[in-house]
Design a binder for this molecule. Structure first.
Ligand code: GDP
Length: 196
């Protein structure tokens, strides 16, 4: 897979507007501000790949990026946004739910959580849903540079312990876009899932 040459394909509000549902897709999901765009940019060694998704008007959309060999990265709308009007929030969640439930090519999910505030209720819902849908999950504890080495490791162990209640196939790793930590894990996870 060619992460470096990842290119924007399209934005869509509904899955019916997306490109054909073939090949393999790995979706990135997380609460707003969890570091989703940064992680995608870091993975793809680009500075504004996922900024595309932050262009006003596109933030509520599902954004697709081509990584070759009929594989795609999918930037899902961020969830858990406090300042959004209710009506918009519902529309937003509808697109997210529709994608997660209906997209055949979806083969795995990367869940981004700030290392300092992991496993919020909405994160737990997503993990539960992924497990119920038999989708492998890589949970990344983002911005891990914000914690000292000891605290960071303790947090990793704590989250690994806590997610055992969900069962399923959930891996947890530390990640930092700033320090380029965990990038190898992320790319290997995607390669493995796309070629499964
Ligand atoms: P998104 O809303 O989930 O796409 O989050 P962004 O990628 O836009 O990041 C939200 C904020 O966290 C921004 O101010 C980033 O600069 C910051 N951030 C993202 N990744 C890291 C990281 O690895 N380390 C640190 N210290 N800050 C980060």
């Amino acid at each position: 897979l060619n992460f470096r040459n990842a290119s924007f394909i399209t934005s869509a509000a509904k899955i019916s507007q997306l490109t054909s549902d073939g090949g393999a897709e790995v979706a990135f999901a997380g609460r707003s501000n969890a570091g989703k765009s940064s992680s995608m940019n870091t993975l793809c060694v680009q500075t504004n790949l996922a900024r595309t998704s932050k262009t006003p008007g596109r933030t509520q959309l599902i954004n697709l990026f081509d990584i070759g060999q009929d594989c795609r990265l999918v930037d899902l709308p961020g969830y858990g946004f406090a300042k959004v009007p209710l009506e918009l929030k519902e529309k937003w969640q509808l697109a997210l739910t529709e994608y997660l439930e209906k997209r055949e090519s979806l083969c795995a999910v990367v869940v981004l959580m700030d290392v300092r505030h992991p496993l919020k209720e909405v994160d737990q819902m997503l993990l539960q849903w992924a497990v119920a849908s038999d989708l492998p999950v890589l949970a990344l504890l983002t911005k891990c540079d914000k914690l000292k080495s000891g605290a960071r490791k303790a947090q990793l162990l704590k989250v690994r312990e806590a997610i055992t209640v969900f069962g399923g196939d959930i891996q947890v790793e530390l990640f930092s876009s700033l320090k380029k930590l965990g990038v190898e894990h992320l790319s290997q996870f995607i390669e493995t899932q796309c070629y499964r």
